[in-house]
Each structure stands twice: as structure tokens, then as C-alpha cells.
Design a protein around this ligand. Structure first.
Ligand SMILES: Nc1ncnc2c1ncn2[C@@H]1O[C@H](COP(=O)(O)OP(=O)(O)O)[C@@H](O)[C@H]1O
Ligand SMILES: [Mg+2]
Length: 280
């Protein structure tokens, strides 16, 4: 790994509470209940939890994405490098399951899109931006598709475009919200391998939301398991096995125990509502 001190980053959540207005307008519902976390680069942190528990809410908060009309977070603070963060941050880039590629733009134009924004035009000289775009398209394996439109690409290839558009900015923090959730199993495995390769070339802090236990064990240096209604961090553990993790390791006693540990926590949600066990 080639991370240098100059590119270290820390992301802290302090006593985060999130409440949303109830649909019938009668009050508020508490979705996140006092989550505090310290995350550092480099590393791949997997955020795992049942559907609807608040994973996207927490990830969006880390990225400074605010839902319209709702104070986010309701209480608490997000800090990057120890500085409270009240909105979008240049060091943070997000990748979503819906890859958000512009249908009218080619692969190359989609990957180059962030450099249309004033802040990135000012930061990265044009020649360097073009060189980075071309290198990143090659790195994600789309060298033969530069001029294709998204409609001419598969789902996996479209997600490669989205990944390239994020990484071309060389973010210190990359937030990924179930990015491979809509892909078939083989394409998903290919994308996981690609992500690990790209990460090894340019280590950053990746926070990766998934509800897939195998994905968490394949990618994570650290796994955070969320409970639900309202969410807390119910489990938090490290995986020291180097990547890429072999299928032999995936079948090992260690991996099977970790899988059981996560599944126990996920399935405990209904019986432990309101009284969450924290076992860090
Ligand atoms: N902007 C919003 N307004 C009201 N409720 C919301 C809003 N965003 C999310 N929720 C609710 O908060 C809960 C957690 O949502 P979310 O963070 O998307 O969960 P996950 O990503 O884990 O599936 C859900 O019950 C969802 O309906
Ligand atoms: Mg979500």
C-alpha cells in the first residue's frame, strides 16, 4: 500500500441522531439513535444492515447530502479531519446503485463530467484532467468503449463508468451506496475484484453500504453492523485477511464464524427492538 501522510483522512460521526417526519404528519420517527464512529483512511469499511435501517441516511450524511426540508443530522456532528462539516465536501465523492450516467453523453464525456464544474476546473489543469480521464477509462476496462453511449453498455459497464467518474477526482473519501446491488452474481464479483485493484493503486477511505454478507467479507477491512428501529452500531469488527480473499478463505472457519456473527446480529433485529446489544 502506498498511502502517504499527506493523503490521510479521518471521518468522525459524533452522537448522530436522525429523526424524520412521520408519513401521516403526526410526529417524528427516530431512525438513527446516537451513532458515534471514527473512520480513517486508508481502509474499506463495510456498513451492513437490514433494509430500511438507515444505511443510506448515514452515508448521505457523511457525504453532506441533505434531504430537502429535513434537518440532517437532527443532532450530532460529522467531522472531516476533525473539522465540522455542514455540506458537500470536495474530498468526498459518492457512487450509487443507480449509476447516474448521463444518457446523452459518451463514456469519455461521462467520466470527464466532474471537470465541467468550476471547482474541479480550477483545481486540475485541462491537460492533466484529460490524461486522468483516459487513464481511468483504461483502468476500469472500458478502453474500447470511449465513444459509446450508456445505452450501448451493460449494467456492469455502466457501473464501471460511474466508478471511473468518481475515482478520476482521486477522492480521499469514497462513499458507495449498494453500488453493485443490481448486478448479477458474476458481474458483481468482477466489480468487487476491480474495486480492490483500484483501491490498491490509490488507497482512500471507502465506506461501502451493502446488505450482502459475502460482499462484506470479500471487501471489508472493517465491518460495521447496524441494528434497526432506531439504528445503532450493533457490531464492529476488523478482518485482517489480505485481499483478494481466496475462496478457500471464504470457506475457512474464520470466515464462516464471521458470517454467522453478522447473520445473528441481523436476525436479532426483531427480538431486540428498543434494547440493542452492543458487542464491539
Ligand atoms: N427524507 C426522508 N423523509 C422521511 N423518511 C425518510 C427519509 N429518508 C429515509 N427515510 C426513512 O428512514 C428509514 C431509513 O431509510 P434509509 O436510510 O434509506 O435505509 P436503508 O438505506 O438502510 O435501506 C426508512 O424507514 C425510510 O423510509
Ligand atoms: Mg439504502
Amino acid at each position: 500500500m502506498t498511502a502517504t501522510d499527506a493523503t490521510q483522512v479521518s471521518l468522525d460521526l459524533r452522537d448522530i441522531v436522525q429523526e424524520y417526519p412521520q408519513r401521516d404528519g403526526t410526529g417524528t420517527v427516530r431512525v438513527i439513535d446516537g451513532i458515534s464512529l471514527h473512520l480513517e483512511r486508508p481502509g474499506i469499511v463495510m456498513l451492513l444492515g437490514p433494509s430500511g435501517c438507515g444505511k443510506s441516511t448515514l452515508l448521505h450524511m457523511m457525504g453532506g447530502v441533505r434531504p430537502i426540508g429535513t434537518k440532517t443530522p437532527t443532532q450530532g456532528e460529522v467531522l472531516i479531519d476533525g473539522v465540522p462539516c455542514h455540506g458537500a465536501h470536495d474530498d468526498v465523492v459518492m457512487v450509487f446503485q443507480r449509476y447516474a450516467n448521463r444518457p446523452d453523453l459518451s463514456v469519455r464525456e461521462n467520466v470527464a463530467f466532474p471537470f465541467r464544474l468550476k471547482c474541479w476546473r480550477e483545481r486540475v489543469p485541462k491537460a492533466e484532467a484529460e490524461q486522468r480521464v483516459d487513464a481511468m477509462i483504461d483502468a476500469v476496462g472500458l478502453g474500447g468503449h470511449r465513444n459509446h453511449l450508456p445505452s450501448q453498455l451493460s449494467g456492469g459497464q455502466n457501473q464501471r463508468v460511474a466508478l471511473a467518474r468518481a475515482l478520476v477526482l482521486r477522492p480521499r473519501i469514497l462513499l458507495m451506496d449498494e453500488p453493485f446491488g443490481a448486478l448479477d452474481a458474476q458481474t458483481r464479483a468482477e466489480m468487487q475484484t476491480l474495486l480492490v485493484q483500484l483501491y490498491e493503486q490509490n488507497p482512500c477511505l471507502i465506506v461501502f453500504v451493502t446488505h450482502d454478507v459475502t460482499e462484506a467479507l470479500t471487501l471489508g477491512d472493517r465491518v460495521l453492523v447496524m441494528s434497526t428501529a432506531p439504528a445503532k452500531i450493533a457490531d464492529d469488527f476488523a478482518i485482517l485477511e489480505p485481499r483478494p480473499r481466496s475462496s478457500a478463505w471464504q470457506r475457512s472457519t474464520e470466515a464462516v464464524r464471521l458470517e454467522e456473527r453478522i447473520l445473528d446480529q441481523l436476525h436479532a433485529k426483531s427480538s431486540r427492538r428498543g434494547s440493542v446489544t452492543v458487542s464491539i
